[in-house]
Design a protein around this ligand. Sequence first.
Ligand code: BT5
Length: 332
Amino acid sequence: MRITALSTDRRVDKLINLLVKNATVVVPGPRIASEIGVTRQKVFDWIEKLRSLGIEIHGVHGEGYQLVTVPDILAPSLLRAELGDNPIGCNIVHFFRTDSTNAVALRLAAEGAEHGTVVVAEEQTAGRGRLGRSWYSEKSSGIYASVVLRPPLSPAAAPVLTLMAGLAAQKAVSATTGLAVDIRWPNDLLVNGKKVCGILTEMSAELDRLHAVVLGIGMNVNHNHMPPALEDIATSLRMEVHRGISRVQLLLALLRELERHYQLLLDKGNKAITERWEAASTFAHGKRVRVVSGAGAAQATTTGLDPSGALKIIYDDGRQEALVAGEVVEVK
Ligand code: BT5
């Protein structure tokens, strides 16, 4: 696979790894330069780049560099070491900045990227949501990750894969933060009624087979506040728990939960996912919702998932429907 030219230079990853491994000492600049095979000037430039992402690196004049705190950067070397043989995360492509990790992952998938390849970015300039909407992707504050899956399943399995991702994300966030996390169908994570995570599933498929599915996951982690346009509907984990959360630990938890739930789906089938989803979301049963569709908006009550992952609802006028895609908003 050809890794896209703009992804982070592997030598920057080596630099981070070297500093982390020698965190208690000052590492001489010339030693860093020779170990990673670049000039001292380049080392200096990269150190500045890492500092611009909020990583505290102490420079001791004439001696070298030392990390002040454990860096919270989604560097492949820091992540890979913790993931063992899990297929999800077998290959991690990192960007300081990219347009959209989903766009990159779809390109890599078309070039043959293997199952489990993960694309992560510290910042997105064109993060996207569903239906052409955008995803606010502040630098170094969130997790912007896209996972390439190659499921031995038909395109009909796509909705359940999406629910599977929401479930995995919910488990990762609640285990890492201790927060109560709800899932709004199909897969927005809500904390105290506000969105902390959105998931965008995109795919390439033939009639009978999924070639590749890209699960794009955006999480608001360490934002101190949300922009005015989003503050009524969105929040970050830090804003809810009043402390910083390690993005590295949260992403590791997410990738492990994705692996676990993906295996569950393959081994036990849709029901294992839809049952767990129904238990994990207050939106599954008896929720009063407004259903927004091309035809307009109408009020309904939810009555569970059908085996394909569609949300069953009964409209106030008695009509019943199973929603395959679309949007529901809680009516209070
Ligand atoms: C989503 O769309 O919720 C899917 C978002 C997926 C983002 C990830 S980041 C990594 C990967 N690469 C990408 O380019 N995308 C994926 P949707 O359900 O359409 O929600 C979008 C709506 O959520 C927007 O119209 C805003 O109202 C709101 N929104 C935008 N940014 C937000 C944020 N950071 N936090 C919470 N809500 C946000």
